[in-house]
Ligand binder design. Structure first.
Ligand SMILES: [Cu+2]
Length: 320
């Protein structure tokens, strides 16, 4: 207790540390006040199409009512997409590679520290390593490390990108099997649009939702991403998926869910003070349930379609 007390006193005596303590206390006191302000401003989103709210309610019915709530996890978790294991493998590979290198460097540093430690009558000798032999040794070690670590990681990363992340289903045959979605980011919500039963974007039966995307299991989900205002980034950790949504451009991406259930969707680009409100839900339904859901949602969308609501008609020609 005595040492804890004197430590606190020492901290308060040091002027720089004192300000850090004051800052931390201020952060603790002010944090609840600022989040209250943010949620008060979220009422702006009430202007979003009524249809989306209706659909959100609709897909929580019957089949979804007993679905488990999203579990907040902090730590490694199994990928839920067909290419997720690739990125996990690469991540583990890099972690092991740099851990081994780190240990090796520590050992190499430790050997001379122990071997050449201070002894009576032994004087330290300073060497700037400027001889030709030293330069040669340094060059060989640097080039070897670069080739073994960086080039190897780059090589595996390129394979995963080419065969996984960049391998977007293209062409009529592949697209016919895929589920197409247009994603429009805005401060602070995700707008999702699917074609509905007619397979065409920009028609009355488009399934438009806010902060909730429903997709089929075991079918590629092909996405077009854009933004209304600033840069956002669609992030679905379980799918090992992340892609930016930029204003003035349409980005293409894809993933294939191999597990059904509810998963978290986030925005991974700090896009303003209510950035956190973009937390959304991805629902992956097995094929039969999905077909039912799609048919229902399409009918409801047609029923709720309002020609005059131009703000809700943001579809574009799907890019692929
Ligand atoms: Cu955002």
């Amino acid at each position: 207790m005595h040492t804890t007390g004197s430590l606190v006193l020492n901290v308060l005596r040091s002027s720089r540390l004192r300000w850090i303590v004051v800052g931390l206390l201020a952060a603790v006191v002010l944090a609840p006040a600022s989040s209250a302000h943010a949620s008060a401003s979220s009422t702006h989103l009430a202007a979003a199409p009524v249809l989306a709210v209706a659909l959100q309610d609709a897909d929580v019915d019957a089949d979804q009512a007993d679905a488990a709530p999203i579990v907040k996890r902090y730590g490694p978790f199994e990928p839920a997409s067909s290419y997720g294991h690739r990125f996990d493998w690469l991540f583990n590979f890099i972690t092991i590679l740099i851990s081994v290198s780190f240990l090796l460097v520590l050992i190499l540093l430790f050997i001379p520290v122990v071997r050449d430690r201070a002894k009576p009558n032994k004087k330290a000798h300073f060497d700037h390593g400027s001889s030709l032999a030293d330069k040669r040794f340094t060059t060989i070690v640097s080039v070897t490390v670069f080739i073994v670590l960086d080039a190897l990681v780059l090589y595996f990363a390129m394979i995963d990108l080419r065969e996984g992340y960049w391998n977007i289903p293209r062409g009529e045959d592949e697209l016919a099997e895929a589920y197409q979605v247009e994603v429009l980011g805005q401060q602070w919500a995700w707008n999702f649009r699917a074609t509905g039963a007619d397979g065409e974007f920009g028609t009355a039966d488009d399934i438009v939702t806010i902060n909730h995307l429903t997709v089929p299991q075991n079918r590629p989900v092909v996405l077009n991403l854009a933004s209304k205002d600033v840069i956002h980034s669609l992030y679905i950790p379980d799918m090992r998926f992340k892609r930016d949504a930029n204003p003035g451009a349409v980005n293409e991406a894809w993933f294939e869910p191999i597990k059904s259930g509810d998963f978290a969707i986030l925005c991974a680009e700090l896009c303003g003070y209510a950035h956190y409100q973009m937390e959304s839900t991805l629902t992956v339904l097995p094929a039969d349930l999905f077909d039912e859901w799609e048919a229902d949602a399409s009918i409801m969308a047609t029923a709720g379609y309002d020609e005059d609501d131009t703000e809700a008609q943001w579809a574009w020609d799907f890019r692929n």
